[in-house]
Design a protein around this ligand. Structure first.
Ligand SMILES: C[S@@+](CC[C@H](N)C(=O)[O-])C[C@H]1O[C@@H](n2cnc3c(N)ncnc32)[C@H](O)[C@@H]1O
Length: 208
């Protein structure tokens, strides 16, 4: 446990030193380095974006010719030329229209680091996290280009398999990862999804 706390403090300190808004930044950075997630010129959609660590990492990787659009219940205090944020619930009925206006074209990458306020009742927290993550996956279908990539945080538990199957049906490859900056004791896992195949979802759906 002490070792875990030290590791958390180490990433927190590193984030402060390197000017990132959160230590969560290092979780995305690991996948950017390992899988080439987010490239120069990419359009990126980031759900659960506050306080903005992932926005910073994605904005750096996409560069000035790219654009990162973040969505969160909370406001994001970040001044980057290639970042736009929308304050909204991912389940809000008017969000698709707002995304349509904010995005110049379909996104190359969809990110989701959504977490509800954790209440400490594990099953409930897990179900609530899956519910909002499913909402993000639903939005992804309208806004991710064919061949695009994604990364979703998922709390492990009873509905983890359902969430993974939903994504496996829509991507060529899905990797389940636990980034170094994620506490070992925490039940969060990250699904890195490569090669979006919107048609196979239709096929999977129609074949039952
Ligand atoms: C772990 S934080 C994200 C950290 C972020 N990736 C970063 O690097 O700074 C999870 C975020 O999910 C947001 N969130 C939770 N429920 C939401 C919902 N229904 N709609 C939109 N955002 C939500 C929270 O407000 C919180 O900012």
């Amino acid at each position: 446990m002490r070792l875990e706390e030290a590791k958390r403090d180490q990433y927190r300190r590193l984030a402060r030193e390197e000017g990132y808004k959160s230590r969560a930044a290092y979780k995305l950075l690991e996948s950017v380095r390992k899988y080439g997630l987010v490239k120069k010129g990419d359009v990126v959609l980031d759900f659960g974006a506050a306080p903005g660590g992932w926005l910073q990492v994605a904005a750096e990787a996409a560069g000035p010719s790219g654009l990162v659009v973040g969505v969160d219940l909370e406001p994001v205090d970040l001044d980057e030329a290639n970042v736009v944020t929308i304050q909204s619930d991912v389940r809000s009925p008017d969000l698709p229209l707002r995304l349509d206006k904010a995005l110049p074209r379909k996104a190359d990458v969809v990110l989701s680091d959504l977490s509800p306020q954790v209440m400490g009742t594990w099953d409930l927290d897990h179900f609530r996290q899956i519910e909002i993550t499913m909402a993000a996956a639903g939005l992804m279908r309208g806004f991710l280009r064919e061949g695009g990539d994604a990364m979703f945080k998922v709390f492990d538990g009873e509905r983890f398999g359902e969430m993974r199957s939903t994504l496996v049906a829509q991507f060529e490859k899905v990797h389940v990862t636990k980034p170094k900056a994620s506490r070992k004791g925490s039940a969060e896992l990250y699904l890195v999804c490569l090669g979006y195949r919107p048609a196979s979802r239709t096929a999977a759906t129609t074949s039952g």
